[in-house]
Design a protein around this ligand. Structure first.
Ligand code: NAD
Ligand code: UGA
Length: 459
């Protein structure tokens, strides 16, 4: 079937960029992104594209080109489902915060609501595409909901997980390593493949059964996160042995069997997905009684929590075992550079540990507002909202954040941090002036020449 109208449920970090690129590359296909969140849809429709709800390099230009031509943002969910031949489900699948599987399994209520909505509205045959990251065998639940409507409508279910990374979403979508489509019906798979073929070479469009596709997504994220935890584990050993983690990473990365990517030691990985997806994998393994498998993957999370904790502990112990009443300047709040996304950012947890020790924190992040920082901290529920807003604030400039600070902690690897006037920053800080570089971003010898006490990860 030649698809002419696509609907995507969920106008988030995946739905927005993915559909914008599909619309750009398929000008003859009408793409409508729908969401229950009116404010988010309004922001996507904002005339001023600098106000889009998501910051991604290159995204605003594509939205500008396609919006109103063949890309539409709307809250009219039923209408968009009704008129489309293909429906992507791209809603959030967070870790459950209640009931069975609390803190581990994926909460599938939003996905189920979408399936029920499609079942209720559809009057013609539909291809339903799982774009959200889902536990293996979720397609079975979706199929069960869709096949019990009592109507004659035929539903084909495909799994088409998304591998983009934030901050490079547009580049990743335009030049994917592969596109993965899992499904039963060859015809349905071909309909989706033909959308991607508008710009992705045929040999990069991989076809599998639906379960392999669902499980490949969780596995890819688990392997990526595992590399970070592995190099972070080595970073702690480097600090004890005078080995340098950057040198170790380079040396092992030149082995083509290991490869050089994703070996940057850091304060710990963040982002909405790595932790959530590994917890989900662990939960699934336990549900099949595969304890050794579950324990193996759980260790990736345990090590990541340890890395965030030990970064904060090292800062506190270096500042003579107390940060109480001391100003600490944080550079960066986003979970990585080039995004305004802060979900599960290491900065949130490091700030929380420091606040427990009664530090005063000033933060500068080029893309994150004071409200967002406070809401991230309030979500942890460690102390009252009032206390949080007394102890932490976002500064207008990096120089303001670091003025009179005892220490700087670099939490995000924003490029602009390298270009700051570090001599000026040093002049305005308390002595000794400490830098704790959680991203190994700055040049150690240059910082030491200025006069800083400089600490990085794994060196
Ligand atoms: P998000 O929270 O940014 O967006 C999800 C959107 O879905 C929200 O705007 C929400 O209002 C909307 N929504 C929820 N229920 C709805 C419903 N019933 N009807 C209509 N709209 C509804 O989430 P995201 O980061 O885009 O992630 C979506 C999925 O993609 C998740 O499963 C995630 O694991 C996966 N994923 C995310 C990334 C990433 O980089 N963020 C990358 C690959 C895969
Ligand atoms: C990750 C995957 O890279 C994507 O393929 C996947 O689609 C996505 O998760 C998802 O499913 O949500 P993302 O979380 O956006 O993408 O960003 P990454 O570049 O993977 O970074 C994740 C975290 O790891 C960041 O905090 C980053 O700073 C950290 N990181 C990354 C390191 O500490 N070291 C590295 O070498 C690489």
């Amino acid at each position: 079937m030649k698809v002419t109208k696509i609907c995507c449920i969920g106008a988030g970090y995946v739905g927005g960029p993915t559909m914008a690129v599909i619309a750009k590359k398929n000008p003859d296909v009408k793409v409508t992104i729908v969401d229950i969140n009116q404010a988010r849809i309004d922001a996507w429709n904002d005339f001023d594209v600098s106000k889009l709800p998501i910051y991604e390099p290159g995204l605003a230009e594509i939205v500008q080109e396609t919006r109103g031509r063949n890309l539409f943002f709307s809250t009219e969910i039923d209408k968009a489902i009704d008129e489309s031949e293909m429906i992507f489900i791209s809603v959030n699948t967070p870790t459950k915060t209640y009931g069975k599987g609390k803190g581990m399994s994926a909460d599938l209520k939003y996905v189920e609501l979408c399936a029920r909505n499609i079942a209720k509205v559809a009057k013609t045959d539909k291809i339903v595409v799982e774009k959200s990251t889902l536990p293996v065998r979720t397609a079975q639940a979706i199929k069960s909901i869709l096949s019990n409507t009592g109507s004659n409508v035929k539903f084909d279910i495909l799994s088409n997980p998304e591998f983009l990374a934030e901050g490079t979403a547009i580049a990743d979508l335009l030049n994917p390593d592969r596109v993965l489509i899992g499904g039963e019906s060859e015809e349905a798979i071909e309909s989706l493949a033909s959308i991607y073929r508008s710009w992705v070479p045929q040999e990069l469009i991989l076809r599998t059964n639906v379960w392999s596709s669902e499980l490949s997504k969780l596995t890819a994220n688990a392997f990526l996160a595992q590399r970070i935890s592995s190099i972070n584990a080595i970073s702690e050993l480097c600090e004890k042995t005078e080995a340098n983690v950057n040198e170790v990473a380079k040396a092992i990365g030149m082995d083509s069997r290991i490869g050089s990517k994703f070996l940057k030691s850091s304060v710990g990985f963040g982002g909405s997905c790595f932790q959530k997806d590994i917890l989900n994998l662990v939960y699934i393994a336990r549900s099949y009684n595969l304890q050794a498998v579950a324990d193996y993957w759980e260790q990736v999370i345990i090590l990541n929590d340890h890395q965030k904790r030990r970064f904060a502990d090292h800062l506190i112990s270096t500042l003579y075992n107390t940060v109480s009443g001391k100003k600490i300047g944080l550079l960066g709040w986003a979970f990585k550079k080039d995004t305004n996304d802060t979900r599960e950012s290491a900065a949130i947890y490091v700030a929380d540990y420091l606040l427990n020790e009664q530090a005063n924190i000033a933060v500068f992040d080029p893309k994150v507002s004071n409200e967002k920082m406070l809401s991230d901290l309030n979500y942890l529920n460690t102390r009252s909202e009032e206390e949080n807003s007394k102890l932490i604030h976002a500064a207008e400039t990096p120089y303001e954040a670091l003025k009179d600070a005892h220490a700087v902690a670099i939490m995000t690897e924003w490029d602009e941090f390298k270009t700051y006037d570090w001599r000026k920053i040093y002049t305005n800080m308390k002595r000794p002036a400490f830098i704790f570089d959680g991203r190994n971003l700055l040049d150690k010898s240059e910082m030491e020449k200025i006069g800083f006490e400089y600490f990085s990860i794994g060196q």
